[in-house]
Design a protein around this ligand. Structure first.
Ligand SMILES: Nc1ncnc2c1ncn2[C@@H]1O[C@H](COP(=O)(O)OP(=O)(O)OP(=O)(O)O)[C@@H](O)[C@H]1O
Ligand SMILES: [Mg+2]
Length: 290
């Protein structure tokens, strides 16, 4: 923690937050949940398209009346390449021995897709990660619930993704969506997919649309070269809070941006609480402040 706290402050209870993390009651059914006054259903994303457009992820993570959780785990490129390489050999073998044209074509296509991704990782230095995405539509009555569920399914279909209800895993799915629970291995085994990091990073709208408050912090350039300058304290329209996430491929400068913001905010007198499991900030920023 940076900044010293002189005396214990008594903070008022945040009732809205309390309602979300401790609902009045929780009933778990095979294919749905009753969470306090709401009905919910946890879906897992089980298929993504080969090619995606800029901002594709924002279209499936900003559906009204849904709560979404996206997990990203870095994986070892070397292990992945040998796994893909093995699978290409298998698919080529299957294509050669296939008796009907449909099976042969599918196996050839799978081998070609494998070769394409192997080339991106091995020769073009693309980093990959394991991504898992769960989404939970919520509504207060049956009619709206059915509508929201349909909207989720069609929003995923439009992006050529596919969701599946986590049957008999609603409890585990609900836990995986909750920010207070660690990842669940059963849910992960169903929803984890390998994805190039750049596909994930380009999935959110900052990459495609200009964002400039005219004051605040310079974050990046968008795909058209426009500056992304954000005043994180700005309120109004869709800006209801100051939460933000900084994403980027390894070594691109994420930590540097965060450290700059922390220092500037510290100068302005903002109280800073830093959760820093790797003690990265502790060593660097604390030294500069001291
Ligand atoms: N705007 C910049 N111009 C030049 N060098 C930079 C810039 N931002 C960061 N760097 C340098 O790039 C290196 C990596 O930066 P940083 O550690 O912030 O990246 P990161 O995205 O947090 O990496 P990781 O994914 O490993 O956490 C550092 O040596 C940093 O000093
Ligand atoms: Mg970093």
């Amino acid at each position: 923690m940076l900044g010293s706290k002189k005396k214990e402050e008594v903070l008022p209870v945040n009732e809205a937050l309390l309602n979300v993390i401790t609902p009045m009651g929780l009933e778990i059914k095979r294919n749905s949940l009753v969470i306090g006054e709401n009905l919910g259903k946890v879906y897992g994303a089980i298929r993504y398209p080969q090619k995606v457009d800029m901002g594709w992820l924002s279209k499936i993570t900003n559906i009204p009346s849904t709560i979404v959780s996206v997990g990203i785990t870095p994986i070892d490129n070397g292990a992945l390449i040998s796994a893909i390489s093995k699978s290409i050999v298998q698919q080529r073998g299957a294509a050669d021995s296939a008796k009907d044209p449909l099976t042969r074509q599918r196996a050839e296509k799978a081998a070609e897709d494998g070769e394409r991704i192997m080339q991106r990782i091995d020769q073009e230095g693309e980093t990959v990660a394991m991504m898992s995405l769960t989404v939970m539509p919520i509504a207060q009555d049956d009619a709206n619930f059915t509508k929201v569920c349909r909207r989720v399914e069609s929003a995923f279909n439009i992006q050529k993704c596919k969701v599946r209800t986590l049957a008999n895993l609603q409890k585990e799915g609900f836990q995986s969506i909750s920010p207070t629970y660690p990842a669940n291995s059963t849910v992960d085994s169903i929803v984890s997919r390998i994805i190039p990091m750049s596909t994930f990073v380009g999935g959110f709208p900052f990459a495609s649309s200009g964002y400039n408050d005219g004051r605040g912090y310079y974050f990046a350039k968008d795909s058209n070269g426009g500056l992304v300058i954000l005043d994180t304290w700005e309120r109004g329209n869709d800006r209801t809070n100051s939460s933000f996430v900084i994403m980027g491929v390894a070594g691109i400068g994420k930590s540097t941006v965060v450290k700059h913001i922390m220092l500037s905010e510290y100068m302005k007198g903002t109280k800073i609480l830093c959760i820093d499991p790797e003690s990265e900030v502790r060593h660097e920023v604390a030294q500069q402040i001291a």
